[in-house]
Design a protein. Structure first.
Lengths: 637, 111
């Protein structure tokens, strides 16, 4: 029964092997069945495991000795507890829906590419499962790198487009910067305590071996890893560019699962993080800054996927705020609800893009409400959920984080609410511009407008249901619930900070945030439904539309100096010094041999002359300095 | 007569021989210079042989120490005679072919 855990990552891997190796021989229906089916079976097993864990608690499954050198041992082991079980459900559940959706969305691809797509997607799910199932930091790191690789492969899936390849490279490089931090944290931990397994590292006896500085440095380094993977300032710029990949990929990797790996990692290490106040402040501030910053950018984006990408960055910032103020459950809760509504938003956007024949600019849409009824309803539900209107799921998770932020500092709460207002505003700007008003595209596009096939709408409907109801697993006490998620996770997230805010204050906070969100929604709809923003923005709007010029800034302070350094090395160091040495050695040997050749002139008298002179020299040497001869003797014998 | 006079004479003869070999172009002169060097060595051999023999004779009238050097001289003279006969034959052939005994004509062998 419990051995089933090995099947959870193994099935997607088998799916990857079959689809990847036999991609030239399979037909599309078989490919889609293998790809989605393997995830579906994993999902069923995950559900079984989820209830199993609920009954029995933590279990560790050791597969084999991974590294075994002297006293240094690392096991290839899986840890199944409440946190990993929850993530298993999210990954396989949403993963399956997105696989199903992809089978229709990608149907225009040639069979080998179709199979390649599903192979990458399965490999991604496998890596992500490895990441959350690992029982030590090393297994997590393997999964961490695996998802990074799959992200790269899928962003650059349409590899014939250079811009997409560039985006893929950018994502990979940015992630590598974060990975260095993660790797250093692992080394640091190994050097100090000699073990990486969660059970040991988080035990009090091991933690007491670490000094305060050690803990701060390790947690900050881990956080740098999380910054890269979860797209936080200053490493967030890859995520918006990652929208180059197919839309279901954006939904799965860049909204629901991979980007939440950083939150998973910090939630997993909550014992460590709660011991370092410095890091907690840093996490909270970075999270808050990212949330606000990217929300402002999202207001002026006109690409439907870019808006959602910046919204994702912003919501991830929220989660980090939660982690930073000690609301670990709130952060994980928000991961879960966000996975539902953001995956839904991306899939809805995919449905729109599909209907519009790969048009992504919202200025050319409008009035799609009648033509795409199911997409419209589900998209609207997701927008309400992300805006935090009760009783939709986003409200509960966002409110939990905001309440914890208020307990920490009212300023955090203030910025958080401002971000929530911006979120509601840009989501409904997107909604109004896309679905309301009149159609602004070409006549041909209007003629071809159609609702997507059922393989695409069924996942939308399922996700919409969850976006609406998922919040009820975490109804806080103040609203008469008993927060089941909190009780479920309490054995893993032991460092959860409990805050004591009076119920009246909490009602007031909720009231304010909901009221502001509603005002923002009404304002956005009234502003954009009739006359959407079609002109190029000016002033501050232009700065926002250009993403605060952060890409240009990075370009001029990092990329260009690096490139000029590289060209300096290439043109000066390489050409003058390295090439110079090598070439001059060669030239010298050639020159010397030309000169020595003249000695062999054929004039016997010359030869004898040289011989006699040499004999004379040797005699003189012997006569005056026998030690030189001794040295010569040592050299030649 | 002290042995160093013989040594000086032999050195002088040998040096004349070397200089002759290095500077002269006439093959016959070169040949003669080689003979000069050989005989300088012969002279040294004989001189040292006599010196050793004299020292041994003063202690023991019947001593034969030092006679090996004089024996070597005969070997050298025999080898030199053989060498001269071969060398002169070469010179004759050289003259027949080139109507000259200039040693630089032998350079042509190098190609």
């Amino acid at each position: 029964m419990s051995k089933l855990i090995y099947l959870v990552p193994l099935l997607p891997f088998i799916g990857f092997l079959i689809n990847g190796l036999c991609r030239k021989y399979l037909t599309k229906p078989i490919i889609a069945t293998i790809g989605s089916g393997s995830i579906f079976v994993s999902f069923i097993i995950s559900v079984v495991l989820f209830f199993d864990v609920k009954a029995t608690g933590l279990k560790i499954f050791k597969a084999f000795n991974f590294i075994n050198v002297g006293a240094f041992k690392i096991d290839f082991a899986f840890q199944l507890d409440q946190l990993s079980a929850l993530f298993l459900l999210i990954i396989t559940g949403i993963g399956f829906l997105i696989h199903l959706y992809s089978s229709a969305y990608m149907k225009d691809e040639e069979p080998p590419h179709y199979a390649r797509y599903f192979a990458y997607l399965n490999l991604f799910v496998f890596s992500m499962l490895l990441l959350v199932l690992g029982a030590n930091f090393l297994i997590m790191f393997i999964g961490w790198e695996g998802v990074g690789l799959c992200s790269y492969l899928l962003i650059g899936f349409w590899f014939k487009n250079d811009k997409y390849n560039y985006a893929a490279k950018k994502a990979f490089v940015m992630n590598r910067i974060g990975d260095v931090g993660f790797l250093l944290a692992i080394f640091w931990l190994l050097a100090k305590v000699g073990t990486l397994s969660y059970a040991e590292v988080f035990s009090p006896s091991i933690l007491s071996q670490l000094s305060q500085t050690d803990i701060t440095v390790i947690t900050i380094l881990l956080f740098i890893g999380a910054m890269g993977k979860s797209a936080q300032i200053p490493l967030y710029t890859w995520l918006p560019d990652a929208m180059a990949g197919p839309t279901p990929v954006s939904a799965l990797i860049h909204a629901a699962t991979m980007v939440t790996a950083g939150i998973y990692m910090i939630a997993r290490s909550n014992v460590l993080y709660s011991l370092s106040e410095v890091t907690q402040h840093l996490v909270a501030i970075i999270g808050l800054a990212t949330a606000l910053f990217s929300a402002t950018i999202a207001i002026k984006q006109n690409d439907i996927k870019k808006v959602l990408a910046y919204s994702t960055v912003s919501q991830l910032g929220y989660m980090f705020l939660g982690l930073g103020v000690g609301a670990y459950t709130g952060a994980v809760f928000h991961v879960m609800t966000h996975a539902f509504f953001k995956a839904l938003l991306f899939l809805g956007a995919g449905s729109v893009i599909h209907a519009m024949h790969h048009e992504q600019d919202i200025r050319n849409m409008g009035g799609l409400r009648k033509k795409l009824p199911i997409t419209h309803i589900t998209f609207l539900l997701a927008c309400i959920a992300i805006s935090g209107i009760p009783p939709f799921s986003g409200f509960f998770s966002k409110d939990e984080i905001l309440a914890a932020a208020y307990a920490h500092s009212p300023i955090y709460w203030g910025i958080g609410v401002a971000t929530a207002a911006l979120t509601a505003f840009y989501m409904f700007r997107l909604y109004a511009t896309t679905f309301l008003g009149k159609f602004r595209g070409t006549q041909e596009q209007e003629h071809h407008l159609h609702e997507s096939p059922s393989a695409m709408t069924i996942p939308l409907i399922i996700l919409a249901v969850f976006s609406v109801v998922a919040g009820f697993v975490g109804v806080p006490a103040v609203l008469g619930g008993n927060h089941q998620l909190h009780h479920y996770l309490s054995t893993v997230l032991v460092s959860e900070k409990t805050h004591t805010i009076a119920h009246s204050t909490e009602y007031m906070l909720m009231g304010i945030s909901v009221a502001i969100a509603v005002i923002a929604i009404v304002f956005a709809i009234s502003k954009y439904s009739k006359n959407p923003e079609l002109k190029e923005p000016v002033g501050l709007g232009k700065t926002l539309a250009n993403k605060w010029y952060v890409d240009e800034l990075y370009d001029s302070i990092i990329v260009k100096p690096l490139l000029s350094l590289a060209s300096f090395f290439k043109n000066i160091i390489e050409k003058l010094f390295i090439d110079g040495i090598v070439n001059n050695v060669g030239t010298f040997v050639q020159y010397a041999s030309r000169q020595f050749r003249l000695v062999q002139s054929g004039q016997v008298a010359n030869y004898i002359m040289i011989m006699v002179l040499a004999i004379v020299v040797f005699i003189l040497l012997w006569f005056y300095d026998s030690s030189i001869l001794k040295l010569a003797g040592k050299l030649f014998y | 007569m002290p042995v160093q006079y013989y040594i000086y004479l032999a050195l002088a003869l040998f040096s004349i021989g070397i200089i002759g070999v290095l500077t002269r172009r006439n093959t016959i002169i070169v040949f003669m210079c080689i003979e000069l060097m050989l005989n300088a060595v012969n002279l040294l051999l004989v001189a040292f042989s006599k010196m050793h023999h004299h020292a041994a004779y003063l202690q023991n009238k019947a001593s034969v120490v030092g006679s090996e050097g004089q024996l070597f001289v005969f070997f050298i003279m025999v080898v030199a005679a053989a060498e001269v006969s071969v060398g002169l034959a070469i010179i004759v052939m050289l003259y027949r072919n080139t109507h000259s005994v200039d040693i630089n004509f032998l350079n042509r062998l190098k190609n």
